[in-house]
Design a protein around this ligand. Sequence first.
Ligand code: ADP
Length: 483
Amino acid sequence: MKLQDSSLLRGQAYVNGEWIDAKSGETFAVFNPATGDELVRVPLMSEADAKAAVAAAHEAFKQWRTTTAKERATVLRRWYQLMQDNMEDLALLMTLEQGKPLAEARGEVQYAASFVEWFAEEGKRAYGELIPTHKQDARILVSREPVGVVAAITPWNFPAAMITRKAAPALAAGCSFICKPAEDTPLSALALAELAHRAGIPAGVFNILTGDPRALGSVLTGHELVRKLSFTGSTPVGKLLMAQCANTVKRVSLELGGNAPFIVFDDADLERALDGAMASKYRNAGQTCVCTNRFLVQDGIYDRFVEALAERTRQLKVGSGTDADVQQGPLINAAAVAKIQSHIDDAVAKGASVVCGGKLHALGRTWFEPTVLRDVTPQMQVATEETFGPLAPVFRFSDEAEAIAMANDTEYGLAAYFFSRDLGRVWRVAEGLEYGMIGINEGIISTELAPFGGVKASGLGREGARQGLEEYLECKYMLMGGI
Ligand code: ADP
């Protein structure tokens, strides 16, 4: 398969409106996880490159912040339209670098573009306030201002959407933006930069740095001209970056790991629960932070649920993401495969049984069989660790209080799902779950319209919705006296 527009495949970084190499001249390879082939080489940038990008973004910010929300919206709207017009190429690039099936990649491009469209509009509503005064001759005004230069560090599982979900509100608010995408998947980011360039986003407002995570990260979290960090990735790295930001007291948004429970009560609509289970578990081969990590199923429906889930799981078509009808592509790398296998081995050693799958797929290397485990207990690794793969461990519970306690028994608090038709139970469980997002009789919750984010070790702040814009705005209080 070939790109219709080959200029969307870039082998350079994008800084200050220009395509550039690393100052050192060094590069690194980007691989196709389905074949192991090298796709292209990109610059291996380091501290000096990051400092130059921060300086450029700071210069650009001075102008960008003075534009009107409508002017910014016009440019963002063009960027959105270019994503739509180049949908097929963006999807193909994503499948090549990340592995997800083309249909899912198209879905992600659409999702990525939706943030740009939505925040282009929402930027116009960054309203201030006039607060009833405390003294007759003065007025209290509150205005909203962009926070400044924003740095983003993004993961490989959603190579486009995790960037636009940060960039769109940042740019709409009047901030300039520097992103370091994951080293596995910089191509979607660079293609977005090419489209940003064509859309007329001014030089220095949107920048993509490729390279050494630690070196780039140390500048992006340590530089005093960067006023905010928005990170999506693992909890350990999020904690580290948050600590690195402490010295310059940056604003921080973190979207970290999850350990999503998916609770099925006896009174659930079984077919609906199964639809939700398949979507929430196997999307992106289980490699999303909101993918179900633990199925918690009530005694009365346990056996039927396990059988039906295994039946559907066996039918998943596994293969290369570019092949038609494939539902599960390769995993990102060998380490991801090893982690799933170790979770299965640990569970089986402690008494769980494999209902289907359970081992490396016949395609080898980075493919893993979609797997269902039954008789899983809280003593097993899968109870506390995020598997990030196509593994569905099914735990058992007896009553509502036990389900809520099991669901909350984790350091994480990102997404949770539950299925019930009892109205009272729906309220009790929804309020009892310590999570930032709850799917009630729904297995897919992501939309640009709603605030996405977690509590506890799953992060800080929200992305999408009006809350997503707040993250990029400071409020300024002005007391205007002598009236
Ligand atoms: P994952 O387990 O999903 O790969 P990571 O948290 O390791 O999650 O990676 C998410 C992003 O964080 C990637 O862009 C990666 O390059 C970056 N990253 C990882 N370690 C560091 C670090 N020490 N400093 C800055 N960025 C980092």
